[in-house]
Design a protein. Structure first.
Length: 409
């Protein structure tokens, strides 16, 4: 019991000396809020419009039948396309000037070949400066061609069945041409009135959801992760400074176990880290309107897990270096890459796939995932427990290695 009391006294001493220093407010709270304000306002410009992008598609319609007009109508119905008929010279000039995404040229025999079941090749020219637009337009053209071709195939199949049943030999029966046109109209109507439709939505508990965190939804948790890592790691590694100054040696001469000394120090650092993170969360909620409070239990689990993980990481760093000056340089070299690769500096969704995979092996990646699950997706405790659990696992490994490797003298 006495050892526990001494452990708590050491923790209280660390908290007292830490928060007595006015620079703690500057480094622990003021700077993170300044960076959050600047980056949050700056990243608001990356907000995507509610309307999807629309690309212009010029169609040079040389088709002698009705298929060309139907194809243009099907393309124009695509939510990302604005398709229109244009003369060949005008379409070529617009494509050369970069005013449109692509040009589709329909040959004169398109309808005839389609009804006859013969292959027809269309000319599709794209704007090389807009590769993304070209891919979207190409897929839309293929989908529209499939839709038109399917209608013709259905009508032709119906015609062949009618011929086998000798329906055209009956009195008052329509001619084959009229029957085919009626079949085409029925097939197109059937495609428009599809009984099954697909509605796509992202998994979320929120009515409104961002696909990619922007503005303060990214800046608030990102800067919180970055600055709390500096704050906690430097706190945990300050035990090296005490070793260099001889304070740790004097503590060892007292009736206090080594684990009580180390445990009290780390407990104080952990409590200070939880306090700093909690303050940044509160200010983010009040000042920047970041929806931190959607699940208090989930938020508490993530804060405790992250603070424990980073406290343990600081302990491990203190065990791996010899002097306080070394850990000063190593912390900078370690924390900034961890922050960038983990998605604290920018949304992890905008980086290449290989960087997103790297984030799954980093504590910062799991921390940002958990915090963003709360902010962006409105998840509760059950959903963020895997992220919190991984952070605790990181922390246990870091702490075990740090305690094992640390030298008191």
């Amino acid at each position: 019991m006495s050892q526990l009391k001494k452990l708590l006294q050491i923790a209280w001493l660390y908290l007292y000396t830490t928060y007595k220093d006015r620079s703690t407010l500057l480094w622990g709270l003021a700077l993170p809020l300044i960076f959050t304000t600047v980056l949050g306002v700056g990243m608001q410009g990356f907000a995507s419009s509610d309307e999807p992008p629309t690309w212009q598609l010029a169609v040079v319609n040389g088709d002698a039948g009705d298929t060309g007009a139907q194809l243009i109508a099907a393309l124009d119905a695509h939510p990302s396309l604005a398709a229109y008929a244009a003369p060949a010279s005008e379409a070529a000039q617009q494509l050369a000037d970069g005013d449109i995404a692509a040009v589709l040229t329909l040959p004169a025999e398109l309808s005839e070949n389609l009804l006859a079941g013969e292959h027809t090749q269309l000319l599709f020219e794209t704007n090389v400066s807009e590769p993304r637009a070209a891919q979207v337009v190409e897929q839309a053209v293929l989908a529209a061609l499939y839709e038109v071709s399917a209608s013709v195939e259905i009508a032709n199949t119906s015609l062949r069945v009618a011929e086998r049943l000798e329906l055209f030999a009956l009195d008052g029966a329509p001619g084959e041409g009229e029957y085919l046109q009626d079949g085409l109209a029925a097939a197109r109507q059937a495609q428009e009135d599809q009984p099954i439709s697909l509605q796509t939505s992202a998994v979320s508990r929120l009515e409104e959801q961002q696909d990619v965190p922007i503005g303060f939804s990214q800046a608030s948790p990102g800067n919180m992760v970055i600055f709390s890592m500096f704050f906690i790691v430097y706190g945990a590694s300050s035990i090296l400074l005490e070793r260099e100054q001889g304070t740790l040696r004097r503590l060892l001469t007292m009736p206090v176990s080594k684990l009580s000394i180390l445990g009290g120090k780390l407990l104080g650092v952990f409590i200070a880290g939880v306090t700093q993170i909690s303050l940044l969360v509160i200010v983010g909620q009040v000042a920047f309107n970041v929806p931190w409070g959607q699940s208090p239990a989930a938020l508490a689990a993530m804060i405790v897990a992250f603070a424990f993980c980073i406290t343990s990481m600081g302990m491990l760093l203190a065990a791996l270096v010899r002097t306080y000056a070394q850990i000063d340089a190593m912390s900078m070299m370690l924390i900034l890459p961890l922050a960038g690769l983990g998605g604290a500096m920018w949304p992890i969704e905008i980086v290449p796939d290989f960087m997103q995979k790297i984030a799954t092996y980093l504590p910062t990646g799991w921390a940002m995932r958990g915090f963003q699950d709360i902010i962006i997706r409105g998840f509760g405790l059950a959903e963020v427990l895997p992220a919190a659990g991984v952070l605790v696992l990181f922390g246990v490994v870091f702490l075990a290695l740090g305690v094992w490797r640390f030298k008191y003298e």
